[in-house]
Design a protein around this ligand. Structure first.
Ligand code: ADE
Length: 222
């Protein structure tokens, strides 16, 4: 079973996201264990402080090393992969989700406020950004990453059903239809009703290719 530990100052943000739908089922079926840790509890400061003003001056507060270092030390073992969520990390994509789904133990650190002490990077194996925009903290990013990984774990969704996802083979997904056959004058493509599986596979591949050319030509150059 994969284990995920998340370090955050806002544990309540995770209520809901991990207690519904596929993630909830994965937890209930023991495909994944997810633990939320408030690293404020590791602060040795008498007021449980976790941040301080930046050396050299500037705006805002900076997360200090001690609570995060100590929390990580108490959780990590030889097999842990420690990941920092930060807008200057490696930009997240599906291929990285597949790689991370093979890990036994992920530890995700959510930054917050104006930033974190640079030395926190030294205890991380990987830094991830979920896109070129700035969030108020790493929490939403950690939820995105956990969601995208958990659905890839064996036995979580129907075997093989993620093989057709967008981004596999650097292609977007092909269009899908369900009943009724005609809705407000819009018809389901004839080939999908033909029962000819070879033809259907060809049609879907062509549609994927066409859609990717139109919407994400950058993917095809990879
Ligand atoms: N924290 C703030 N912005 C972020 C982003 N885009 N990705 C990951 N963590 C973040």
């Amino acid at each position: 079973m994969m284990k995920v530990d998340i370090l955050t100052l806002f544990p309540d943000m995770y209520n809901g996201v991990f207690s519904e739908s596929i993630i909830k089922r994965a937890i209930d079926n023991q495909k994944v264990e997810i633990n939320i840790h408030n690293f404020r509890n590791y602060s040795k400061d008498i007021h449980h402080k976790v941040d301080d003003t930046p050396y050299g001056g500037g705006n805002g507060m900076v997360l200090t090393c001690q609570p995060i270092f100590d929390c990580i030390a108490s959780l990590r073992n030889e097999k842990s992969k420690v990941i920092l969520l930060t807008p200057d990390g490696k930009v997240y994509k599906q291929s990285l989700a597949y790689d991370l789904a093979k890990e036994e133990h992920l530890i995700l650190i959510c930054g917050h406020y104006e930033g974190f002490d640079e030395r926190i990077r030294s205890i991380c194996d990987l830094e991830i950004s979920i896109g070129d925009y700035v969030l108020t903290g790493g929490e939403l990013a950690s939820m995105v990453i956990v969601d995208s990984i958990v659905r890839l774990l064996p036995g979580v969704i129907e075997e093989g059903s993620h093989l057709n996802d967008s981004f596999n083979d650097n292609l977007l997904d092909y269009p899908t239809y369900t009943k009724p056959r005609i809705y407000q004058g819009m018809e389901v493509p004839e080939v999908l009703l033909s029962g000819d599986h070879k033809k259907i596979a060809e049609y879907r591949y062509e549609e994927s290719l066409q859609r990717t050319k139109e919407r994400r030509p950058d993917l095809l150059n990879k």
